[in-house]
Design a protein around this ligand. Structure first.
Ligand SMILES: CC(C)(COP(=O)(O)OP(=O)(O)OC[C@H]1O[C@@H](n2cnc3c(N)ncnc32)[C@H](O)[C@@H]1OP(=O)(O)O)[C@@H](O)C(=O)NCCC(=O)NCCS
Length: 255
């Protein structure tokens, strides 16, 4: 683990706009119990999930609506945006990337546009990446989205995983501040030695020669191991991010 030495940035990246897009179709726990051996009681007590959304449109459509709302909230025109970072695991296409589709639809001609895939943490990595590029002066603003249309990849026969995921999009606009305001600090990490506790067979190029039907997936999923790794990792990351920002767990305290 990295040490949590306190750092301060002279230029910051503040969130000045935000938006979301949720598809209207709702799949409740009771709906899921009609085709899986599960129950509302089992799902809510373990996960807190009562319902999930299922999109009838592609990922790029949800992202665009969330992005347009975030831009309107920030009072910016798409043509002013200098960087788009699209955090997602469920791209509509691998080439071209999703971010370039948003670029075209908001009219941000010629700006930088990239996708970031770090599974559940894609939005956090995207936020950190855009913030770092603003802090370092590469760009003065960014549009960052976090979105999934994951339901086409769900194995609807597997109760262990099918109940956990849904579709939706969110977006924020980041703008440079010359006083350092904005995201104070972050700690990113990854357990590369645990790749086998969550692997979705059938989602990548590795399966291209296996005569698989696209979207026909098998989920290798060790829920309890994921839970332990996530809780442990998040606790360490919180400690380090606080230390880096010169903060402590006590409200308003300084290290
Ligand atoms: C997924 C999770 C909710 C499962 O809860 P759990 O208490 O660990 O449950 P287990 O996996 O031990 O399964 C217990 C039993 O419930 C069953 N079960 C699993 N899913 C079920 C469902 N949807 N409905 C009913 N029973 C279910 C299992 O088959 C198992 O039955 P068995 O004992 O007869 O084999 C939990 O492990 C978790 O939150 N993991 C982290 C998930 C996560 O963070 N995901 C984000 C990244 S993908």
């Amino acid at each position: 683990m990295l040490s949590g030495m306190s750092v301060q940035y002279s230029r910051g990246a503040a969130i000045t706009g935000w938006g979301k897009c949720l598809p209207p179709a709702v799949l409740t726990n009771a709906d899921m119990a009609t085709f899986l051996d599960t129950s509302d009681e089992w799902i809510t007590t373990r996960t807190g999930i009562r319902e999930r959304r299922v999109s009838h449109v592609q990922l790029g459509e949800l992202m665009y609506v969330a992005a347009a709302r975030a831009l309107a909230c920030a009072g910016l025109d798409g043509r002013q945006i200098e960087l788009i970072v699209a955090g997602t695991t469920s791209y509509d296409d691998q080439v071209p990337n999703v971010a370039s589709g948003i670029q075209r639809r908001i009219g941000a001609d010629g700006c930088a546009a990239m996708d970031v895939n770090t599974a559940c943490t894609s939005f956090l990595y995207s936020l950190s990446t855009a913030t770092a590029m603003i802090r370092s002066g590469v760009v003065r603003n960014a549009l960052v989205t976090g979105a999934e249309v994951i339901t086409p990849f769900i194995d609807w026969t597997d109760r262990n995983t099918a109940v956990l995921f849904g579709d939706g999009a969110a977006a924020v606009v980041l703008q440079a501040t010359e006083t350092g305001e904005g995201l104070l600090s972050e700690r990113l990490g990854c357990y590369g030695d645990s790749r086998e506790i969550l692997r979705v067979h059938g989602m990548g190029a590795a399966y291209a020669h296996q005569d698989r039907i696209i979207g026909r997936t098998e989920w290798q999923f060790e829920g309890q191991d994921i839970f332990k790794k996530a809780v442990h990792g998040m606790a360490i990351a919180c400690d380090e991010a606080l230390a880096k920002a010169g903060k402590t767990w006590s409200a308003g305290g300084s290290a």
